[in-house]
Design a protein around this ligand. Structure first.
Ligand code: ADP
Ligand code: G6P
Length: 737
């Protein structure tokens, strides 16, 4: 069993140099605090940035740095001041962070920071490659390292790579504004598994993959060349036991063993026993809505003046990214707001807001969590928000009220808290009032449910789920790759072909021999294709059939003069050796009058779609529509048609961006089988190739010994996969060389 390599910009500790020596302080932020528990429990190596730049580190301390990190199972990636500026303060926190949190107006698109971001991602990837073996598992974290998966995959194609995004993935409309959107998506797609906190982020990501890269997505699988990438949501939990044990231990402490902060809190509680403490803890970040929260608090005091001197808001903000101008402005804004509100409302015995701007040791966090009555968290947008979960975990007697913004990822799992819209001051003021007056039994009832969930889906379970899913994905992808038609397999197929006494070939046209075109009539055969088909068709003991859903008029024009055997309209018509088409199946067409208007109504409402009228079927094409919208309309049409055709002998074929309605007794499988069984000789080599869902009928119906090949990477009953049209021609050429 290989080891796990965790890789993130932040390590669990940050190094600092004081008086010529190195000190390590724990990192804040959800990623580091959450992953720390996972890391300490297992056999893993954590690679990241130490927090110091190359210029900060005197030569004589270089060795000590490695040693200090090694104590925490970590290893560093060295970064210069310029790199930290461009990569961390620049592209990560001035472009991606604001954009992914929907602060479009704060996003800066600078080529130079993008270039540095790429170079630094390469540095992280190189650090992994240097330490990794092929049987290791690589777990890359967060928006600072979105290009790393692809960079590692290039060097170590067989290694398992998972990626987890700790922040929201924005909707396509936002993401598309990024000048380097393709590169970012491709970077992420180097992973085998990509995880998000919520289904919404997952959905946004898949939509961008479909629309920007035009890749096929089936449920939550992305098909890319010869790989399947899985995308899923894993809501991150906390180390529940650590917080609840710390809270229990904290409650048992004698007063003299309590921290200074706790003693101060106790004193205030004693002097105003009926006053309520509201708590908010965040990094000082505009996404956390701290300024809005202060304004809302002021609004509350004005709307419900009876609570003056009866509530106190404790705001703990940890300094963050202070080199970024938006964070500096925010700091100023908050300092001013706190000053103004305190100035306006304070009395001799009461200051409404206590404001701490610093990082605090774990012990003090527990003091605050356990001493406050209400936790009030109002992010405007937040990937998860672990503080909400930590607060609930410390409430050993199950009292306490959580007021949480519905814009936080954690709101999805914390329905029993009081959910608010951080922009709705009216609702917030009323919710604070509700929280202050909530009966103890109700608090306990709500927290009981929340605690059970947090205890069950803790950070360990989260990490295990992710890892298990990554392992399964790797196995699934492996079996998929092994069915790829490799050079060796092709050699042996070509050998069998040549040896065979009588051969039967079924070759689909669109998506197999020719690419798709906006106008189907324009996807006509090229000279190279004619030459290739001529050679195959003229071989002795070889029955080659072009088998297609196309109408017979088009194929008559393109291929009848060539005298190829043809089956068209999915098996309605057949033509052999240049004879006119005749019907292979007896089919009705009176149903068309009923279905046509239904399809027309879908064309009217789905820009870019159109109807193709064939002799015995109707097809609704939606290749040129918006992919998500087209898919949605297709499933809508499917529902409508299913009820409409219930009593007719009709079926709906869901092809590649086309839905076709036709008689049930017609399909390519039936047609191919008929050709095979009605032949006067036994074929000892049967071959079928196609890209579409409609070709699956052939793959299923033909005998077990047939060589069946799927073009593309969707789920299939065929024995082998090939990548695209070019590879189809390579195979066919091997039959005639
Ligand atoms: P984010 O990851 O955006 O910072 P989270 O709420 O998910 O937000 O995670 C914040 C983490 O940082 C929590 O684990 C919390 O305990 C810790 N933290 C927040 N503020 C402080 C602080 N002032 N001192 C120490 N730790 C803090
Ligand atoms: C969020 C991000 C993390 C980041 C943390 C702290 O949780 O998702 O990747 O580490 O904030 O921010 P910082 O910039 O100090 O690492």
């Amino acid at each position: 069993m290989g080891k796990t390599i965790i890789i993130s910009n932040r390590l669990p500790i940050q190094l600092q140099i004081h008086n010529g020596g190195i000190t390590a302080v724990p990192s804040v932020g959800g990623l580091a605090t959450g992953m720390k528990s996972v890391h300490s429990g297992g056999d893993s190596l954590w690679i990241g940035w130490s927090g110091l730049t190359d210029e900060d580190i005197p030569e004589e301390l270089a060795g000590d740095i490695d040693e200090a990190l090694a104590k925490h199972g970590s290893s560093k990636v060295k970064l210069t001041i310029k790199e930290v500026d461009g990569f961390y303060y620049g592209f990560s926190n001035r472009t991606i962070w604001p954009l992914f949190h929907y602060f479009l107006e704060y996003s800066e698109f600078e080529l130079e920071s993008w270039e540095i971001y790429k170079n630094v991602n390469q540095k992280f990837a190189d650090a992994i490659v240097e330490k990794a073996n092929e049987d290791d598992t690589i777990w890359v974290h967060d928006y600072q390292l979105m290009l790393v998966p692809q960079m590692v995959k290039e060097k170590l194609p067989n290694i398992s790579i998972g990626f987890f995004l700790h922040i929201p993935f924005p909707s396509f409309e936002i993401f598309r504004t990024l000048p380097w959107r393709e590169e970012i998506l491709k970077g992420l797609l180097g992973s085998d598994l990509i995880g998000f906190h919520t289904y919404d982020y997952e959905r946004h990501f898949l939509s961008s993959v479909r629309r920007i890269l035009g890749l096929e997505v089936s449920f939550n699988d992305i098909y890319l060349e010869n790989r399947i990438i899985k995308v899923d949501s894993f809501p991150m939990g906390i180390d529940y036991k650590k917080f609840s044990d710390a809270a229990k231990e904290h409650q048992q402490r004698s007063p003299e063993n309590q921290s200074e902060l706790q003693q101060r809190l106790n004193k205030h509680k004693k002097s105003t026993p009926d006053a309520k403490f509201l708590l908010s803890i965040d990094r000082l970040d505009y996404s956390k809505g701290i300024a809005k929260r202060l304004n809302a608090f002021e609004y509350f005091l004005k709307k419900y003046p009876q609570y003056k001197e009866k509530v106190r808001l404790i705001i703990l903000a940890v300094p963050s990214r202070s080199n970024v101008p938006q964070y500096q402005l925010l700091k100023k804004e908050i300092d001013e707001l706190v000053g103004r509100i305190n100035g306006e409302f304070s009395t001799v015995s009461w200051t409404p807001i206590w404001y701490f701007y610093r990082s605090m040791p774990f012990e003090n966090l527990i003091d605050l969590y356990t001493s406050c009555d209400i936790a009030w968290l109002t992010p405007i947008r937040d990937g998860m928000n672990l503080v909400a979960k930590e607060f609930i975990a410390t409430r050993t007697d199950k009292t306490g009220v959580l007021i949480l913004s519905e814009m936080a990822g954690s709101a999805n799992e914390m329905n029993e808290s009081l959910l608010i819209n951080p922009n709705n001051f009216e609702q917030i003021a009323d919710t604070i009032k509700q929280a202050i007056n909530m009966p103890i039994e109700e608090q306990q009832e709500r927290n009981n449910v929340l605690q059970k969930r947090l205890a069950r889906y803790n950070v360990e379970k989260w990490a295990n789920d992710f890892m298990t899913s990554l392992k399964n994905q790797k196995e699934k992808s492996h079996s998929y790759v092994s069915r790829n038609l490799s050079a060796n397999v092709l050699n042996s197929i070509a050998k069998d072909y040549k040896k065979a006494k009588k051969r039967l070939l079924f070759i689909d046209y669109d998506g197999t021999l020719a690419g798709f075109h906006i106008n189907p009539q324009k996807a006509s055969p090229d000279e190279e294709l004619y030459a290739l088909l001529d050679t195959i068709a003229s071989q002795e003991n070889t029955d080659m059939y072009l088998i297609s859903g196309r109408d017979k008029e088009t194929f008559t024009k393109w291929f009848l003069p060539k005298k190829y055997n043809m089956i068209v309209e999915h098996g309605v018509w057949i033509s052999r050796g240049g004879e006119d088409f005749y019907m292979l199946e007896n089919v009705k067409k009176d149903w068309m009058e009923k279905i046509h208007p239904v399809l027309e109504s879908f064309v009217d409402r789905t820009p870019g779609s159109f109807i193709e009228e064939k002799n015995y079927s109707l097809a609704w094409h939606y290749r040129n529509t918006d992919p998500d919208f087209g898919q949605k309309r297709a499933s809508e049409l499917n529902t409508v048609l299913t009820s409409l055709i219930a009593n007719d002998d009709l079926s709906v074929l869901n092809g590649n961006k086309v839905m076709e309605i036709k008689s049930s007794n017609v399909n390519k499988g039936r047609a191919a089988l008929r050709v095979n069984t009605e032949a006067t000789y036994d074929y000892d080599f049967i071959f079928a190739i196609g890209d579409d869902w409609t070709d699956e009928f052939m793959f299923q119906e033909l005998p077990e010994s047939a060589v069946t090949v799927k073009v593309g990477h969707q789920k299939t009953a065929a024995k082998y996969y090939v990548d695209g049209i070019k590879n189809v021609r390579t195979i066919l050429k091997r039959f005639v060389d």
